[in-house]
Ligand binder design. Structure first.
Ligand code: ADP
Ligand code: MG
Length: 398
């Protein structure tokens, strides 16, 4: 998904004295993805220096960096999630390791030292507790299709890194007996790839499962060996934080901000036209499938099998897993877009619906009163009623 940004325009005159509406636009990176912002900010003409004129977009970038570093990233030792994961590992007799790419040897050496039934309790901050409780509710409601306890599995597959290494490329040889999901880089590209074995996948799955986690009295209690991965909800949570900031700044009259595949729209454009949010084409790189027209505040999230993937022997290995099998989900869908009134929910539901497939996915969206657009690999489209009024296809279907 990409926010359609009106190009070129610098200043909208609001018509009242010296107050004008400035457009601030910024494309930058945070949380491992591209952040694209367009803000409309009212200010008195000539009152601000050029640096001050970009201060709102800069504040949003700071909010995202703080969210990642202090709360969500499993790669950062003193983020809330990093702290939970590290405590579990230490209690399980493992050394916390934040450089997981393609390796997890300590675990194998130490396996068996602490039985998985051992439970570890970690106290968490009230906001984090609230956040995790809401995430757990979506896991419940989706029958476990969205499950942030898949950390061991996602690191075992390592598909996010592999997709970057191969630039979403094709790999000739699949080494099914490989030690871990890692590519071997030779020259400019990756020559072969070692996907995890069925045995390794089962071992990782044995460390996963939201049902084995307890949230009570400000504590999270999880089994030894489990690792959290909030990748499926992080960008949506980011949109909620951006929204809170936008609401606190009366001079901002309208905004559209995309954090990777999660977008928030807010307020109005100076010319009163609706926000346009383009949906990426799942099979034509750089192309668009269609566009959403939205008035006011909405949260939009797209999950697809085309963002981070590796093709091997004609099979698409992508980064959304079916917790029931431990393999990339093949539900017949290639893209799911959710529109609702919460960033966290939009992101969580887009992942859950992707795993569930068209019928159950549509039903889950309806439980939450969310609008959904589900695209099948063979070109079929499914939409909720409300989505029909927002969405217009303009590309070819897959
Ligand atoms: P994106 O990161 O492209 O926005 P998603 O929101 O669908 O895509 O999240 C995918 C990420 O979530 C993966 O990179 C992985 O870390 C994690 N993940 C994969 N499958 C699941 C799942 N079934 N439930 C929860 N998290 C998942
Ligand atoms: Mg998601």
């Amino acid at each position: 998904m990409a926010a359609a940004v009106a190009g070129g325009l610098a200043v909208w005159l609001s018509g009242c004295g010296s107050i004008s509406t400035q457009q601030q636009a910024l494309v930058d990176t945070a949380m491992g993805t591209i952040v694209s912002q367009t803000l409309y900010v009212q200010q008195e003409a000539g009152q601000k220096t050029e640096k001050e004129e970009q201060s709102e977009t800069a504040s949003i970038m700071r909010i995202l960096t703080e969210l990642e570093q202090q709360e969500l990233s499993w790669r950062i030792a003193d983020s809330e999630v990093g702290r939970i994961n590290a405590q579990v590992m230490r209690n399980a007799g493992e050394e916390p390791n934040y450089d997981w790419v393609g390796k997890e040897p300590e675990r194998e050496q130490n396996s068996g030292r602490i039985p998985r039934e051992v439970l570890i309790s970690v106290s968490i901050s009230p906001p984090q507790y609230e956040l995790l409780s809401r995430i757990w509710q979506v896991s419940e409601d989706s029958g476990g299709a969205m499950d942030v306890t898949l950390g061991r599995l996602s690191r075992l597959w390592n598909l996010d890194e592999l997709a970057v290494l191969t630039e979403n490329g094709s790999i000739g040889t699949t080494m099914a007996d490989g030690e871990r999901g890692q590519g071997e880089v030779a020259g400019d590209g990756v020559e072969k790839i070692n996907f995890p074995t069925a045995e390794q996948i089962q071992a990782a799955l044995a460390d996963c499962g939201y049902r084995r986690v307890q949230l009570s009295d400000g504590m999270i209690t999880l089994p030894a060996g489990m690792q959290l991965d909030l990748g499926a909800v992080g960008k949506g949570i980011a949109c909620d934080r951006i929204s809170a900031y936008l609401h606190s700044q009366p001079q901002i009259t309208g905004a559209v901000v995309a954090v990777g595949g999660s977008v928030v729209t807010y307020g109005q454009k100076p010319d009163g036209s609706p926000w346009k949010v383009a949906i990426m084409h799942p099979r034509e790189e750089g192309g668009y499938l269609g566009v959403l027209s939205l008035e006011g505040e909405h949260y939009i999230s797209t999950s697809g099998d085309y963002e981070r993937y590796v093709m091997a022997d004609g099979v698409r290995y992508h980064h959304i897993f079916d917790p029931a099998t431990g393999y990339p989900a093949h539900s017949g869908l290639c893209s799911v877009t959710i529109v609702c009134d919460s960033g966290l929910l939009a992101d969580a539901l887009s992942t859950a619906c992707f795993v569930l497939g068209p019928e159950q996915g549509l039903a889950l969206a309806q439980v939450y009163g969310a609008e959904a657009l589900l695209v099948e690999e063979d070109g079929g489209l499914h939409m909720t009623k409300g989505m029909e009024g927002m969405y217009k296809t303009y590309g070819n279907l897959p």
